[in-house]
Design a protein around this ligand. Structure first.
Ligand SMILES: Nc1ncnc2c1ncn2[C@@H]1O[C@H](COP(=O)(O)OP(=O)(O)O)[C@@H](O)[C@H]1O
Ligand SMILES: [Mg+2]
Length: 466
């Protein structure tokens, strides 16, 4: 049986408790019955003794005055009927009902004179009765007086109930309390497990650090350890895959470069076969885009593998990185008739990897120049604050529609099919920003809801060191 842990634990608790309550309840019931019977029998004995005490000789004959107390002793709210019978030598009736049933053993024990208790029927009611013998002496003659008292059983039954029920109720209450406490306790004690669940669920898919296991029950620790081992294996697997991509990209570069040189050479001899010229030029174009793709793949693999703690732990000046990128792209911008500007602070120090940060600024600026129409403006800005360093690349091009913004960071996603590209630029940018524990966001750029601004923020080097 699987299912809810709560229900299973409740079964473990409820079934034994129910058996316990049943067994002890039965014992309590027997006890209550015995006690009620004993009390009833004792009252009957007291009543019979009182009546027998009033039997006396008067003028040679026996007579009896039934004392009121002998009957009042049975008074109860349950309205029991009381019967009595006083007879001499088993035949002469002194007082009471004539047809009082006698017990079979009463006659047997008549010689012993011990009180005899028995159950009987009288006037259609079942009664409990006592037979009590008193011997009266007169002039050497002995008279045997039998006092019988009987009563219906309502008060005894009530007593049984009153003795037994509260016990049962208390035990049932205890059972309910145990169940309630078990439920509450379980809810509390399951919280760490739910916390572990949340921690697993809230994870970034590529977050491969082990789960924190502080303040966890010893019983849950093996589960978390197992999850952590699984995460560690996954981490190794992911690292191996990244290494493979990086290696493959690296390996591809040499033959592709070689191919480029060979194509170059072939084109120089195109006069031998003029019709080949076109084809060779096309081959060289696709070869160059293949080189571009390979380089981007390599960069992406490097950015993904970059770990903040392993980044060259040196302050680098993002302002001067941006400056050199803008200088490098000036020619490209000029060709595309884009006004490329820079708004840079004197310096803006961050902790990080110079090569990767250069690739970041370069990818963003290149996108802005590439996707902005001729005559457009692109501005690269770096502002170094006390706590944060902000990089922004703004253009007044077509921008990215809101619905595509979440997707452009995915590898190979391209919103503009008509221009050349790999779809890796923004994926690389995001990986680099994440490796530096920064934030990257897209916003609408300059000029009335047009253009794009990519904003990146890093912690300033001074705050990281502090
Ligand atoms: N500055 C920008 N203005 C308009 N569209 C952009 C800009 N930057 C990126 N994009 C869109 O985002 C997509 C993904 O960009 P990117 O990852 O750099 O790949 P690629 O440039 O190789 O296509 C691009 O195809 C383009 O449609
Ligand atoms: Mg790009």
């Amino acid at each position: 049986m699987t299912g809810s842990l709560r229900i299973r634990l409740l079964w473990w608790l409820l079934v034994p408790l129910a058996i316990y309550v049943f067994v002890t309840g039965k014992a309590e019931y027997d006890n209550a019955r015995r006690t009620a019977d004993l009390v009833q029998d004792n009252t009957l004995l007291a009543s019979a003794r009182m009546i027998a005490g009033e039997v006396e000789w008067a003028d040679g004959t026996l007579r009896v005055d039934i004392p009121p107390a002998a009957l009042e002793i049975f008074a109860s709210p349950y309205g029991d009927q009381v019967f009595y019978n006083v007879s001499v030598d088993d035949d002469r009736l002194l007082a009471g009902v004539p047809d009082f049933p006698s017990s079979a053993s009463a006659t047997v024990s008549a010689t012993h004179d011990t009180p005899t208790y028995y159950d009987a029927e009288l006037h259609g009611a079942s009664i409990r009765a006592i037979g009590y013998v008193r011997r009266m002496y007169d002039n050497g003659a002995t008279r045997r007086v039998l006092v019988s008292v009987g009563k219906t059983q309502a008060s005894r039954d009530a007593m049984r109930r009153e003795l037994w029920r509260p016990q049962l109720v208390r035990q049932l209450e205890m059972m309910l309390l145990a169940v309630a406490l078990a439920c509450i306790g379980l809810t509390f004690e399951l919280r760490p497990l739910l916390k572990v669940k949340d921690e697993v669920m809230d994870r970034d898919p590529m977050q491969l650090e082990p789960l924190r296991v502080d303040r966890l029950h010893t019983e849950l620790r093996p589960i978390v350890d197992a999850i952590n081992q699984c995460i560690a294996r996954l981490g190794l697997q992911v690292a191996a895959q990244r290494r493979f991509i990086a290696d493959a990209a690296h390996q591809l570069r040499t033959p592709l470069t070689l191919l480029d040189t060979q194509l170059q050479y072939a084109r120089q001899h195109r006069e031998l076969e003029p019709s080949l010229g076109e084809a060779l030029a096309a081959m060289q174009r696709s070869n160059r885009s293949m080189v571009g793709l390979t380089n981007k793949l390599l960069l992406l693999a490097q950015a993904e593998a970059a770990d903040y703690t392993q980044l060259a732990n040196q302050p680098v000046d993002l302002a001067s990185i941006a400056k050199s990128v803008v200088e490098d792209l000036a020619l490209f911008a000029q060709k595309r008739e884009i006004d490329l500007g820079a708004e840079l602070d004197e310096s803006a120090w961050v902790i990080g990897h110079e090569g990767l940060l250069t690739a970041l600024v370069s990818n963003l600026a290149e996108n802005a120049i590439r996707y902005t129409q001729r005559g457009g403006h692109v501005t690269v800005a770096v502002r170094g604050g006390a706590a944060r360093v902000a990089l922004s690349v703004t253009d007044d091009g077509p921008g990215i529609p809101a619905e595509a913004r979440s997707r452009v960071f995915e590898p190979f996603y391209r919103a503009s099919a008509d221009t050349e590209g790999t779809g890796l630029g923004l994926a690389i940018a995001r990986e680099i920003v994440q490796a530096h524990r920064g934030e990257i966001a897209l916003a609408t750029g300059e000029g009335e809801a047009r253009g794009l601004t990519v904003r990146v923020a890093f912690a300033a080097a001074s705050t990281v060191a502090a």
